[in-house]
Ligand binder design. Structure first.
Ligand code: ADP
Length: 484
């Protein structure tokens, strides 16, 4: 049992057309707490047939939702934001129970997710058209922005609240309705969000939550159903590529927020203490399970030992354990398989010459915990410099020149986030121009917020979430040429 002020926020059925919904097959799947391995609850396990029902409900609701005035949609979104923040503590408990992150991080994620709802409640009123000067005097050229229609979303387990809020809010602001498949590991945050949306007065069918353990089947239904006009996906690059292929059949629009491999570059003119503080956030937040996590630390040779010693000292303050305990700063990984993957990457790095400079012991018998680890002397051919580590492992590589490190940083198929620490103004201008990334943190390890465009280049994805750009993917442009 999760201790909540409002226990009814924990739902185990899917949510379709404003009703709580069991799979036609009556099947369920188990959701466990990764910190204890214990069962939280069995959840409705929907099939593609159930998903079809959700899509049809969203399709019926969509024109009615789109006909509301922008102000009406804005007011409902704002009410939803208020309810999410009123229930922040409960939503954070649900999040920590299913995902494992420390409770303070869960509180922050709820506020972060809610900030997108607030932002797009405001932006809903600013989806303007345009009038363009024509080439003839008896002509008028105008541009309308219209909702794309039904949107299907697929979201991961690492930010089960915020990744969904970041898609639902712009979709609803634009006049779209949504069928959403949360990750099977973390369905409760999504179901609680939908419940609060209903309480806020958002009509039946506008948000539908399809819980399922069969992601390929639901993905195929979402991409194959003609009523779905757009997919918005956050997850692995491998699944993103598959969804692109599936969307090709009927040229469905798709937005993708995929994997990253963020370089974190520390130059010898940097404030080393600030760089260490930034590194701790960029590496150990969510136990290293974020797509913008620092994956490769490049440290200029003359300060390499000093940075490594200070990072190691800062890591001594980490406290690994069940996130419900307030002193815990690093929770579990999501599964046993995740631990195995991180261990393989660490073993490979050690086999290629890396040294374990620091490892914070974990004395917990249950749950999926991995010790925060600092690897130095990491060889450039180590697998963990190419793969997303997705665990609390910091890999340090020395570099000599700016040109060298830019080349190494850019040597990745990904281009999501990058971080640099330097006090040289001209160097900052060069890095800003030359680093191949969608997002760049200069002297900061935390870059994500609702007013900025979040997204990547190269194999890190298509499109942007948040900011004034975040509505574009949910709108069609219609141009009208009127002669008179
Ligand atoms: P991760 O490795 O972080 O779990 P995934 O890309 O596997 O990343 O998962 C992200 C989301 O994509 C989850 O909701 C998952 O259920 C879903 N997913 C996984 N495989 C597929 C698939 N073949 N089709 C559609 N969705 C999928």
């Amino acid at each position: 049992m999760i201790p909540l002020m409002h226990p009814a926020l924990v739902r185990t059925q899917a949510f379709i057309n404003g009703d709580w919904y069991s799979a036609v097959s009556q099947k369920t799947f188990a959701v466990n707490n990764p910190a204890t391995g214990e069962l939280i609850a069995q959840v409705a396990d929907l099939s593609s047939l159930d998903a079809q029902h959700a899509i049809e409900s969203a399709a019926i609701a969509q024109p009615v939702w789109a006909q509301k005035t922008a102000k009406e949609r804005s007011i409902l979104l704002r009410r939803w934001f208020d309810l999410v923040m009123e229930n922040q503590a409960d939503l954070a408990q649900i999040l920590t129970a299913e995902q494992g992150k420390p409770i303070a991080e869960s509180m922050a994620e709820i506020a972060y997710g809610a900030s997108y709802i607030e932002w797009f409640a405001e932006q809903a009123k600013r989806i303007n058209g345009d009038i363009i000067p024509p080439s003839r005097s008896n002509q008028r050229i105008s541009v309308l922005q219209q909702p794309v229609g039904v949107v299907a979303t697929i979201t991961p387990w690492n930010f089960p609240n915020a990744m969904l809020a970041r898609k639902l809010a712009p979709a609803l602001a634009a006049g779209c309705t949504v069928v959403a498949k949360p990750a099977a590991e973390t369905p409760f945050s999504a179901l609680a969000l939908a419940q609060l949306a209903q309480q806020a007065g958002i009509p039946a069918g506008v948000i539908n939550i399809v819980t399922s353990s069969d992601a390929p089947a639901i993905g195929a239904e979402f991409t194959g159903h003609p009523a779905v006009r757009k997919i918005s996906f956050t997850g692995s690059t491998a699944v993103g590529k598959l969804l692109i292929q599936q969307c090709a059949a009927d040229v469905k629009r798709i937005t993708l927020e995929l994997g990253g491999n963020a370089p974190f570059i520390v130059f010898d003119d940097a404030d080393i203490d600030a760089a260490v503080a930034g590194a701790m956030v960029a590496k150990f937040r969510n136990a290293g399970q974020t797509c913008v996590c620092a994956n490769r630390f490049y440290v200029q040779r003359s300060i390499y030992n000093a940075f490594s010693a200070k990072l190691s000292a800062a890591m001594q303050e980490l406290c690994v354990g069940n996130g419900v305990n307030e002193q815990v700063s690093v929770g579990p990984l999501i599964s046993a398989a995740a631990i195995q993957k991180v261990q393989q990457l660490v073993d490979d790095a050690i086999a290629k010459g890396a040294v374990v400079s620091c490892q914070i012991p974990v004395n917990i018998e249950k749950g999926y915990f991995y010790p925060p680890t600092l690897l130095t002397n990491v060889s450039v051919d180590s697998d963990l410099l190419e793969a997303e580590i997705f665990g609390p492992v910091a890999a340090l590589i020395p570099f000599d020149t700016e040109a060298d490190v830019i080349a190494q940083a850019n040597c990745s198929v990904y281009g999501l986030a990058a971080y640099c620490y330097t006090r040289d103004y001209q160097r900052i201008q060069r890095l800003t121009e030359e680093l191949q990334t969608g997002m760049l943190g200069i002297n900061t390890g935390l870059i994500s917020n609702e007013m900025a465009p979040f997204g990547g280049i190269k194999q890190s994805g298509w499109g942007r979430e948040g900011s004034i750009y975040g509505l574009d993917d949910y709108l069609n442009i219609k141009y009208i040429n009127e002669s008179f």
